[in-house]
Write a protein that binds this ligand. Structure first.
Ligand code: GRF
Length: 203
């Protein structure tokens, strides 16, 4: 067992299946160098908050609509993250574009999961089902998921891990989205977290 653990804050907006994969990986020991100590959602009704509470993890809601502008919203987000003594921020389906000011504040301390093999089908406008729609429209035979550090370029930071997933005949965006989650996202996100956290605690 690792003596010291990196403190992880997970940012979510929705169902939180990736958050669940992280919490399960902590339980099973796949993640051993870090622990999720806070989950922040920008949506008060996100099911991810229930998943966190069920696992006994502290939660907070920081919603854009409660602040006059993006700057004030991010200020509150930073305050909430820092007050928890965070070592690593994980974006797990967090549907907010963060400013350069925010990403610079946490250089190489934020990671994101994107449901394609970057540099394909990524960047501005490629989120949720749109990513899988674009992959099917292009007719690619292989897609996948990528975990990367977050910088000021959307989906443009250093790549940490990738996993390929085959496209099958008859795939719809919904079917493909599910397969990419099951075969890639839920696996490489916890593995990447362990990889990054093990380096953090060695510093
Ligand atoms: C996932 O497809 C992830 O790749 C993307 O947003 C989705 C989040 O799903 N960034 P969930 O909330 O983890 O279930």
């Amino acid at each position: 067992m690792a003596e010291k653990k990196a403190k992880i804050t997970v940012l979510v907006s929705g169902g939180g299946t990736n958050l669940q994969a992280i919490l399960d990986a902590e339980k099973s020991g796949i993640i051993n160098s870090g622990e999720v100590s806070l989950v922040i959602s920008n949506k008060s009704d996100a099911y991810a908050l229930t998943r966190a509470a069920n696992a006994g993890v502290k939660t907070a809601v920081v919603s854009k609509k409660d602040y006059p502008d993006a700057k004030e919203f991010e200020k509150k987000l930073i305050e909430t993250i820092d007050s928890n003594g965070t070592d690593l921020i994980v974006l797990a389906g967090f549907m907010v574009i963060l400013s350069e000011n925010f990403t610079r504040h946490y250089d190489h301390k934020i990671i994101n999961i994107h449901p394609s093999l970057i540099p394909s089908f990524c960047g501005e406008g490629f989120y949720g089902l749109r990513v899988h729609e674009a992959a099917l429209a292009k007719g690619v035979k292989v897609t996948g998921a990528t975990v990367h550090f977050v910088n000021e370029i959307p989906d443009g930071g250093e790549i940490i891990m990738q996993k390929a997933v085959y496209i099958e005949d008859g795939d719809t965006p919904e079917i493909l989205q599910r397969r990419v989650m099951e075969q890639a996202e839920w696996q490489i996100l916890p593995e990447s977290i362990e990889k990054v956290c093990s380096k953090i605690i060695c510093k």
